[in-house]
Design a protein around this ligand. Sequence first.
Ligand code: GDP
Length: 285
Amino acid sequence: MPNINWFPGHMAKARNQVQEKLKQVDLVLEIVDARIPEASRNPMMNQIVGQKPRIMVLNKQDLADPQATARWLRYYQDQGFAALAIDAQHAKRLNQISALARKLMAAKLEKQKARGIRNPSLRAMCIGIPNVGKSTVLNRLVKKNIAVVGNRPGVTKNQQWLKVDDSLALLDTPGILWPKFDDQLIGQKLALTGAIADSVFQEDTVGLYGLDFFQTHYPQALRRAYQLTADDMALSAPDLMVVLAKKLGFGDNYNRAAERVIFDARQGKFGPFTLEVPDDDAEGL
Ligand code: GDP
């Protein structure tokens, strides 16, 4: 993804573009990163999408903690969304999107049938912040054939639609919106998972956040990854970072250790993880 500067003018433009496209679709696939389902959402998503039916697509399921993903799916379903976890990279569970769309839109499809349309079909678009996997979803879902459809109310002529199957077509370009930046913790989650460009955050802060997180929530995985002792694990995160820098051969270069923690987290060295659970989840993280 290009490094987009989301200053207010850009935000308004992005929003307008998405709202223009929304007029042409029956439903929305909101793509989020399953490791940070809320932090990877656009803060104005509900206002922008309005009443349009929506499927919450928790992508990068392969990188996320399966138990947390199950809780997030329940959370979105409880809020009245259709929700699904997928791994677009390895084309896993993608085929369930179309079936879920048909289920969600059953009433509309029935209406079309009643009007004599023999093969009723649905139009959808992907929306999400940069790097959640929108392009990957699009590329994996479509079977190459491009359906160009004009002459339909509300549909721009020559707008390209990518055919997923006989009952679902996707807009050829995804809607790109901005993440929440005003909250430091959210920024750290976005940085640790690679959703925002490395040039816009400080590695030492993000690395320390990551180390502290894994030390608290996935201690076994962290211990194994760096062969840490029980005594190491009992240290505070900043002290542990100092030990880690030495252990990794970086001497007292704390920043290099922090960079390595970020790199290893993204590479999956600590196994699958999820950085947040729903607010009202009594079990906590
Ligand atoms: P976009 O900016 O939303 O269009 O995101 P991209 O489709 O360009 O994906 C961003 C990065 O995430 C790329 O490196 C993809 O290979 C990777 N990616 C996308 N989906 C998945 C997934 O389900 N699992 C994993 N592990 N990586 C993914």
